[in-house]
Design a protein around this ligand. Structure first.
Ligand code: SF4
Ligand code: SF4
Length: 218
């Protein structure tokens, strides 16, 4: 989700690449689950997050929307996010001990936190959010290790292209000011990128679908 803030107010003033060391290491997050509750609609899921959850839990996108996920407006689109439930607004995957029940399937934003992404020139870098995670004395860790995501080069290409696809589409729809068209595009994106399974070939199928969508929207 795009945020209009000055980077120097929320970061240590540095930008990081995947090979850099950054003070993000919170140990095992023992005793803390601050970023798993009260997050509102900010834990937006990308198609890889949903594919990973569907395959790992043996669920469908529609099924997940009946439970741990919700749809909401994000940057001019309708996109899924982690639902925060109950009085304490907790993620459904947080157990009674304050641990993530689906650690190996957790979404990209959960892997990233307390890092953020800074997008520029059709690419992005990482930054450290200094006011978000309450853990003191965080250890230095390599960004790629912190993300704990296989095939990191491909993953970053996916993140970048998905971000700019949504941005370009949102800009286009804002320019058109056509509610019917916006609705059609949102439904298309939800169906094409989230609901239809990738059958174990995530990146190749995703990039094919993206090329097709970019062509249609052009
Ligand atoms: S806020 Fe920091 S320490 Fe707490 S759960 Fe999140 S990443 Fe871990
Ligand atoms: S998926 Fe896991 S890590 Fe992410 S918010 Fe939910 S409980 Fe926390």
């Amino acid at each position: 989700m795009e945020r209009l803030v000055d980077l120097k107010d929320i970061s240590d003033g540095r930008l990081y690449s995947r090979d850099d060391l950054v003070r993000a290491g919170c140990g095992n997050c023992e005793g803390c689950s601050a970023c798993c509750q009260g997050m509102g609609t900010s834990l937006v899921l990308d198609p890889l997050d949903v594919d990973r959850l569907c395959r790992g839990l043996g669920a469908t996108f529609q099924g997940l929307l009946q439970g741990p996920l919700e749809l909401g407006a994000a940057d001019g689109m309708i996109l899924p996010h982690m639902a925060m439930k109950g009085e304490k607004e907790r993620c459904s995957f947080l157990n009674e001990e304050g641990r993530c029940k689906i650690h190996s399937l957790r979404p990209g934003f959960c892997r990233l936190f307390p890092l953020g992404r800074f997008y520029e020139n059709r690419s992005f870098c990482y930054f450290l959010q200094v006011h978000e995670c309450p853990k003191k004395n965080r250890a230095k860790v390599r960004v790629s290790k912190w993300l704990d995501t296989p095939d990191i080069g491909k993953y970053e290409e996916f993140v970048s292209r998905w971000h700019y696809f949504l941005k370009d589409t949102g800009d286009f729809l804002r320019q058109k000011q056509d509610q019917e068209l916006s609705k059609k595009v949102c439904v298309y994106i939800l169906e094409r990128f989230y609901a239809i399974p990738y059958n174990g070939e995530f990146y190749s199928v995703f990039f094919e679908r993206l090329t097709e969508a970019e062509r249609l929207l052009a």
